[in-house]
Design a protein around this ligand. Structure first.
Ligand code: ASP
Length: 439
């Protein structure tokens, strides 16, 4: 059995967090491959090491001394090493890096050192081997991850060893370090899990799993015990702050379960994500909704024209107008002779008048109008499919609470039910849905 375990920045913020990580890793011999982020914030107002490294880059770029910021970074690692009783010569390593910075270092290489030093320290602390991401995680020249090659390299280098791998970066074919997008250690962990055919990919963070709703809107929402990859995709697309898409793909493709866990509450089972679940937990029996998420600020363009539906290709021609302006249409609820196109207002701002002008010219519609300040809220759940009454319950709950529904959309897969409401009703809608389906 192999568990690939990734720890996020808050799990590595200081020596006390390092100790929790060690406890978690050593309590299970299957946790043989550990991927780490750079140390994150220790308290409100503190700084993430990666942010400080980017700040150093900005100083270097403008020829301003970054000694102070650099000192803060080195201090953090020195303190962790001292309090964990490690022998690594942190100051010496940072002096060498500082000299390299004066001679010229790429931004990617410099910011990658956050993860690099965290992994070096953690490897010593756990008694595991340090395995550099630059030795296996390969990019192609166009910036894509060369998965086949990377997987093969990792399999070859890691073997059966117990290793700590720095997240967030890899190497270009010419040997230069390249970083992933922010939060990219999740991706490194997923790639390592897929490469090594892990039995599970554990992603350790500072929350006990994915929550059923945004905690800024709903007080103490419940964590989701189990969710499918498709539901997760729906929720994250709808704005739930979960994992980066790119970090889900490798494990989903390799059919590896992903378990989100909390370093500060290690007994909590967190959220388990799988392609599908055959059974049903007792706690899931009477619950049809897995989570609720939503996004603000959409615009709905509605065009009505007598005979629109019976004219083949008309919808394509409408969509082409939006495509010409590179504006993504999110939903297209329609009537017999009308179609509505839901777009993100921020993205539409620069081209909306041109689009309306072109629709006017091309279709001479009977009616063309735009509704703004719309929020989209989705109730997501694999168990809604073929179960009569869910949408009825949603509409009844919203109606009873005086929320006017401006738009409805539900795909035939019945994985979600989406309602459009006024921005002013956004938070209330999320709360009403949570209260009627979860509480
Ligand atoms: N340290 C990097 C960041 O802050 C990558 C990561 O934490 O996953 O974005």
């Amino acid at each position: 059995m192999l568990k690939v375990v990734k720890f996020g920045g808050s799990s590595l913020a200081d020596a006390a967090q390092f100790a929790k990580v060690r406890q978690i890793v050593t309590s299970d011999p299957d946790r043989r491959v550990v991927v780490v982020s750079a140390p994150g914030k220790r308290f409100d107002g503190d700084h993430k090491i990666t942010d400080l490294l980017y700040l150093c880059c900005a100083h270097l770029q403008y020829g301003v001394s970054c000694e102070n910021v650099y000192g803060m970074i080195a201090d953090r690692y020195r303190q962790i090493a001292a309090e964990c009783g490690l022998s690594m010569e942190v100051q010496g390593e940072f002096d060498v890096l500082y000299r390299k910075m004066q001679q010229g270092i790429s931004q990617d290489e410099l910011v990658s050192r956050g993860e690099y030093f965290a992994a070096r320290l953690m490897a010593e602390y756990l008694g595991y081997d340090f395995l550099d991401a630059a030795d296996w995680l390969q990019f192609t020249f166009d910036g894509q991850i060369d998965r086949e090659h990377s997987y093969e390299m990792l399999r070859r280098i890691a073997g059966e060893r117990r290793v700590v791998i720095p997240g967030f970066y890899g190497v270009m074919p010419d040997g230069h370090i390249r970083v992933l997008t922010r939060g990219g250690s999740d991706v490194t962990g997923a790639l390592a899990a897929a490469a090594l055919s892990a039995d599970v990919y554990e992603n350790w963070t500072d929350v006990s799993g994915i929550l059923m709703a945004d905690p800024r809107i709903v007080e103490h929402p419940r964590p989701i015990e189990r969710i499918t990859y498709s539901e997760l995709r729906e929720l994250s697309y709808m704005g739930a702050q979960v994992l980066h898409e790119a970090s889900v793909f490798p494990v989903r493709q390799a059919d590896i379960p992903l378990n989100i866990r909390n370093t500060n509450e290690p007994q909590h089972p967190g959220t388990l994500i799988r392609e599908y679940f055959e059974d049903e937990l007792e706690s899931e029996k009477n619950r049809f909704i897995t989570g609720i998420a939503g996004r603000r600020n959409f615009s709905i363009v509605t065009m009505a024209k007598n005979g629109l539906s019976s004219s083949p290709g008309s919808l394509r021609r409408v969509l082409e107008v939006f495509e010409r302006h590179n504006l993504n249409v999110e939903y297209t609820p329609s009537g017999i002779d009308s179609v509505s196109l839901v777009v993100q207002s921020g993205k539409a701002a620069g081209c909306l008048y041109s689009i309306l002008g072109e629709l006017q010219k091309e279709f001479s519609p009977d009616k063309l109008q735009v509704a703004e300040n719309i929020s989209i809220v989705a109730a997501v759940g694999r168990k809604m499919a073929c179960r009569p009454g869910t949408s009825g319950k949603i509409f009844a709950a919203l109606g009873e609470n005086g929320i006017s529904i401006r738009m409805i959309s539900q795909g035939p897969e019945e994985l979600n039910i989406i309602v459009g409401v006024d921005n002013a009703d956004f938070e209330k809608t999320v709360r009403v849905l949570y209260d009627s389906f979860v509480k």
